[in-house]
Design a protein around this ligand. Structure first.
Ligand SMILES: CC(C)(COP(=O)(O)OP(=O)(O)OC[C@H]1O[C@@H](n2cnc3c(N)ncnc32)[C@H](O)[C@@H]1OP(=O)(O)O)[C@@H](O)C(=O)NCCC(=O)NCCS
Length: 334
């Protein structure tokens, strides 16, 4: 098998291959409202064609003779410090999303690996990130055999068996954030980003501009309350804000290829941060409890979030709260 750049001759076969793979995954995820309406052909066609002939993207097909046995579409990510993704991604990477990576054998993975790794290096990208769907164990094992390591997971938890709101730890009040909390939210965000930069191998920059985090905090406190809920945990005695969590409701359009992997409407927990002196005392759980209560009141069935796999605090925290990996992102430094 060999991987070659996506070209006109193979594009339709690549669409058919990806469509079959995505449908298979959606069926296996079944019962969670996952799968776009209709055949999904147009969505997949748009996705595959989107990787042909643009400067910041590249596509490959894996060929067995002349038969397409794999596809990958990569985006070259080059972030400036004012980009919101700079707060949680390495500044420069080549990234392949789970919707755009379809392979089903070890051989196909190795053929693709031989093509994508030099392509990333040629573009001066220090980090290669490749996502895979939950049922792609063989493929994931092959990537790991080729040197990639778990980087981030998108994890999910059903709302149905959430144990219900417990009480906040003594002296802690969890409440909706107000515009006057923007400075505290910015401090907590910077603390979280720097924690990732220094305690994980994610490659997030330790040099995080305050302005970017402040802008995001301002947006979070003024976002529409129907789909966004910025929480803070306050130390009642001192009035200091010691923790924060952003809850959101995400809605995927029928024209989004992610509909093969995610439900059309789901809860999402964004930036979660408890200041170092208050960790391990139940503040994080109290924030999640309040968010889950809000999700329940908004008829959300499942809640997703991302965490960095080698973050020694968050991986255990989210696992303890019942979140399980749905989409895996593996990475390698080049
Ligand atoms: C992750 C974080 C938000 C957790 O908040 P916290 O207030 O320390 O967590 P809690 O004390 O509420 O812990 C809740 C549960 O998780 C468990 N838990 C938390 N941290 C844990 C750890 N490192 N190891 C094992 N279990 C842990 C607790 O034992 C507790 O279980 P219990 O309620 O059944 O006893 C906090 O550590 C933090 O801000 N870390 C730095 C930034 C970060 O990583 N943010 C998350 C990004 S995804």
């Amino acid at each position: 098998m060999r991987a070659t750049p996506l070209d006109d001759m193979h594009v339709e076969a690549a669409v058919r291959y990806c469509l079959a793979q995505l449908r298979g995954t959606a069926d296996r995820l079944g019962g969670r409202g996952v799968r776009p309406p209709g055949s999904g052909h147009d969505l997949v066609s748009m996705m595959v064609h989107g990787f042909a002939g643009t400067l910041d993207r590249a596509g490959w097909v894996v060929l067995d003779g002349s038969t397409v046995r794999g596809f990958a579409g990569a985006t070259f990510v080059d972030l400036t410090p004012d980009d919101w993704r700079y707060t949680f991604m390495p500044p420069r990477s080549m990234s392949i999303a789970a919707t755009a990576c379809h392979l089903d054998t070890t051989e196909a993975v190795l053929a693709l690996h031989d093509a994508v790794r030099p392509a990333a290096a040629d573009r001066g990208m220090p980090r290669l990130l490749i996502a895979s769907a939950p049922d792609a164990e063989t493929v994931r094992a092959a990537w790991r055999g080729a040197g990639l390591r778990p980087d981030v997971v998108m994890a999910v938890r059903d709302m149905s068996n959430w144990p219900g709101a417990g009480s906040s730890p003594a002296g802690i009040v969890v409440r909706t954030a107000a515009p006057s909390d923007v400075d505290s939210l910015t401090d907590l965000a910077l603390e979280e980003h720097r924690y990732h930069a220094t305690h994980t191998k994610s490659g997030t920059s330790p040099d995080q501009p305050r302005e970017t985090s402040r802008r995001l905090a301002e947006q979070a406190v003024s976002a529409p309350p129907e789909t966004s809920y910025q929480l803070v945990a306050e130390d009642a005695a001192s009035g200091a804000v010691v923790g924060s969590l952003l809850g959101m409701i995400h809605i995927l359009g029928d024209d989004q290829v992610q509909r093969f992997l995610l439900p059309p409407r789901y809860g999402y927990i964004g930036l979660t941060s408890v200041t170092a002196a208050h960790r391990g005392g139940g503040v994080g759980r109290a924030l999640v409890d309040a968010a889950m209560n809000w999700f329940a009141n908004h008829q959300v069935d499942s809640v997703f979030l991302h965490y960095v796999v080698d973050n020694p605090l968050s991986a255990r925290f989210w696992t303890r709260l019942g979140f399980a990996a749905r989409i895996h992102v593996d990475g390698v430094w080049l």
